[in-house]
Design a protein around this ligand. Structure first.
Ligand code: CDP
Ligand code: CDP
Length: 211
């Protein structure tokens, strides 16, 4: 059983993906970490993010086992991820490992932007998780504050909201695997849902897709 979960930044797709994976005992891949990993290495080594050749070489040599740690969760890593993710050769370099992960015996849960459209278009269960930009900014703001990334509260919320709007536009507007809703995906708007309610709705959708 492949469960494909897509959606914009801070919509809650990762939380739902983790919970579904635990519920069904399936392996989970947060594919955003792959792009964050490439973006992080570009930043750390001082390479310009628009250097497609270098970004592609980094993507080709990326090791999933290295993708942990707070450095991948920062605002700048998310921003860098969305810049390198718009390069078609970078996406191509990360395709096989994502497809192989999805094809594991017994199934898998993957979350990202193009799982239901490009990585696993035949997945029987597809969710598109979303929420209003303001609610997503509030969620991301709380996470970043919790990690100590905070300047002035009000200005910082405005900056996080601006990040979200910019990332939405870049992810939806790129020509290579843009963020779009797969025609057979169930749209789950979590704007007014808590984590438990969102998970319950996602579980019900997956259960009905399995029947
Ligand atoms: O957690 P959040 O939604 O903020 O970001 P993420 O899922 O870690 O993804 C970071 C960036 O990677 C996104 O803004 C996308 O540009 C890119 N990405 C992608 O293009 N395709 C995916 N399957 C996953 C992420
Ligand atoms: O993976 P994605 O970036 O879409 O979002 P996430 O990491 O699952 O969720 C972003 C933040 O929002 C986390 O701190 C979640 O705990 C929180 N969240 C929430 O407050 N209410 C929800 N219904 C879902 C997530």
């Amino acid at each position: 059983m492949i469960i494909a979960i897509d959606g914009p930044a801070a919509s809650g797709k990762g939380t739902i993906a983790r919970r579904l994976a635990a519920h069904f005992g399936l392996p989970h891949l947060d594919t955003g970490l792959l792009y964050r990993g490439v973006g992080r290495i570009m930043l750390d080594r001082g390479f310009p993010l628009d250097n497609v050749e270098i970004a592609t070489a980094i993507a080709e040599n990326l090791d999933i086992a290295d993708l942990a740690g707070e450095a991948l969760r920062t605002r700048e890593a998310g921003e860098a991820a969305s810049v390198v993710a718009a390069h078609a050769p970078v996406r191509q370099a990360l395709l096989d490992l994502q497809r192989a992960f999805a094809a594991q015996t017994g199934g898998a849960v993957l979350d990202g932007r193009d799982i239901g459209t490009v990585i696993a278009p035949d997945a029987p269960a597809k969710l598109f998780v979303t929420a209003s930009p303001e609610e997503r900014a509030r969620r991301r703001f709380r996470e970043l504050v919790g990690r100590g990334e905070l300047a002035d509260e009000e200005a910082f919320y405005a900056a996080v909201l601006a990040d979200i709007a910019k990332r939405d536009a870049r992810d939806s507007g790129r020509s290579s695997a843009p963020l779009i809703i797969a025609p057979d995906a169930l749209v789950l708007d979590t704007t007014t849902l808590g984590i438990e309610e969102a998970f319950a709705a996602a579980l019900a959708a997956v259960e009905s897709a399995r029947r």
